[in-house]
Design a protein around this ligand. Structure first.
Ligand SMILES: [Zn+2]
Length: 290
């Protein structure tokens, strides 16, 4: 779609350390325009989108990866979905009259769900929200659940969301000495990466950032992958939403209006159902009374 939305993977040659940079501009703007987000909510949404794209590129899967937070903080729901082709959608809900100076994601968890296509099997991981910083929570998740030391830097402003990830993979060479050397190299890379500033993330491109951080290292760059906004909603899925709402409530709406409208929370597309369609939806639904 655009040169501004892309993911750049890279690898440190001769070392089992990989990295990724993601830049979301049009995708982030499309998402953040869907509702009137308070600025701090918008920033966290952007950081979560960057994190989800980075996460998704560390996992091999065909289907969708969903990062979801439900917490007692001012942001009570945050959902980011990303498929293996880096098509994304996202939304957040917040409590009006919230005090946004407190922790945005309050006590609670984030759930990472990977739903592969063509199977009902799902993989779920739980990220506990111990820190007020999203990147720190995800780092602990990788350390504990995946046993992969990982570092993340996330930044968002009015226009874009950017993320950097480095990850230590299982060692290539066996033996204590090799492991020790590899660990030292990992620490060296972490120190270099940690010199990145939010301002640099938000103003430089992938090539410039990588040169700025790692110009003395031997880095292999992979082809940049575009990231796009895509919402998978359609009339069938919205019909399911009506079923979930329940027949009584839907028929109540029909008493006042000639059709029932359902709006997708991710893309604001509206789907209208007339009485005939409503009849079909509820005649096709399994009868709960049985
Ligand atoms: Zn939609």
């Amino acid at each position: 779609m655009s040169q501004f939305d892309y993911l750049q993977r890279f690898l440190f040659e001769h070392h089992a350390i990989r990295g990724e940079l993601v830049f979301l501009r049009d995708v982030f703007q499309t998402v953040s325009k869907q509702r009137d987000y308070p600025i701090v909510v918008k920033h966290l949404l952007g950081q979560s989108m960057a994190a989800t794209a980075l996460l998704s590129a560390t996992i091999k899967y065909n289907g969708s990866l969903i990062l979801q937070a439900q917490t007692k903080g001012p942001i009570n729901l945050l959902v980011v979905q990303c498929d293996q082709h880096l098509n994304m959608r996202a939304l957040a809900r917040w409590q009006d009259d919230s005090d946004f100076s407190q922790r945005l994601l309050g006590e609670g968890h984030m759930i990472i769900t990977v739903s592969p296509d063509n199977t009902t099997e799902r993989y779920q991981g739980v990220v506990s929200l111990e820190s007020s910083q999203l990147n720190e929570n995800l780092e602990s998740y990788f350390e504990q659940s995946e046993q992969l030391p990982t570092k993340l830097w996330l930044a968002a402003d009015h226009d874009q969301a950017v993320g950097l990830l480095i990850q230590k993979m299982p060692n290539i060479h066996s033996g204590e000495q090799a492991a020790g050397e590899e660990w030292n190299y990992w620490e060296h890379i972490q120190v270099l990466a940690a010199t990145i500033t939010e301002k640099e993330l938000l103003s430089l491109d992938a090539t410039t950032i990588l040169h700025r951080l790692f110009h003395e290292e031997d880095i292999r760059l992979y082809e940049q992958q575009p990231v796009n906004f895509r919402c998978e909603c359609d009339k069938n899925k919205m019909a399911q939403a009506l079923q979930t709402m329940g027949e009584e409530e839907v028929r109540d709406i029909l008493k006042t209006y000639s059709f029932v409208e359902v709006t997708c929370d991710f893309c604001n597309n509206t789907y209208a159902f007339n009485e005939q369609e409503i009849n079909q939806i509820f005649s096709a639904a399994p009868n709960d009374a049985n």
